[in-house]
Design a protein. Structure first.
Length: 215
């Protein structure tokens, strides 16, 4: 079975995404209080841009691993079709996160805080738009974990079935060998009996010959 590169690359993407999310929070906090030419703000912006660039490169590798599985078929890597779809959704999710953060980091003007009146008439305003994305990511993580567990159980089940089949074949071969040994033992016994009978006849003939020299 071919090696599935998904898990190693996905861990790198997840680490980069978490780092970018933390830097984004720092950047937005600094931008809300610092001036546009603040050295601290420029540093936070550059750090976030660099992390997003690294994340984008890791995501390209991750997407390539998904593309390979899609083109060759998941069975070759021991991956079910549902997990392939979940992996594609995760790639799309991370891609959307990157685009959202890039838009924020390229926006030099901080968003205006809504007035009290606007907030009263806009109850649907979400101060943390990434919460839904995080919930979606958690759901995808759980789905992938379930798929991995099911794949592991299928592998174990297949291995046990193979071992049971091999044990049955070995038992059958042992039975056949025992039958052959029994037949061989019976043949040896018959040959021994015939040999004993021949020896007795030979001894009887010798005695008669010795007792009757004229023979």
């Amino acid at each position: 079975m071919s090696v599935d590169p998904w898990h190693d690359v996905k861990n790198e993407v997840q680490n980069s995404l978490e780092a970018a999310t933390n830097l984004r929070a720092s950047f937005l906090r600094i931008r809300s209080t610092a001036s546009a030419n603040s050295e601290e703000l420029n540093w936070a912006r550059n750090e976030l841009k660099g992390t997003l660039a690294a994340l984008d490169a890791d995501l390209e590798d991750l997407e390539e691993s998904v593309r390979i599985v899609e083109e060759t078929g998941g069975r070759l890597f021991g991956v079910e079709e549902t997990e392939v779809m979940a992996r594609r959704k995760y790639v799309v999710y991370v891609r959307n996160q990157i685009e959202t953060m890039r838009k924020e980091v390229n926006d030099s003007v901080p968003p205006k805080s809504p007035s009290t009146a606007q907030m009263r008439h806009s109850p649907s305003i979400d101060p943390e738009p990434h919460e839904d994305d995080q919930a979606e990511w958690s759901r995808l993580e759980q789905q992938l974990e379930v798929q991995r567990q099911e794949s592991t159980l299928d592998t174990i089940s297949g291995t046990l079935h193979t071992l049971a089949t091999q044990a049955s074949l070995i038992g059958q071969e042992v039975g056949e060998h025992n039958e052959l040994l029994s037949e061989l033992e019976a043949n040896v016994d018959r040959s021994g009996s015939k040999l004993d009978s021949a020896m007795k006849k030979m001894k009887h003939f010798i005695r008669e010959t010795e007792g009757n020299p004229s023979v």
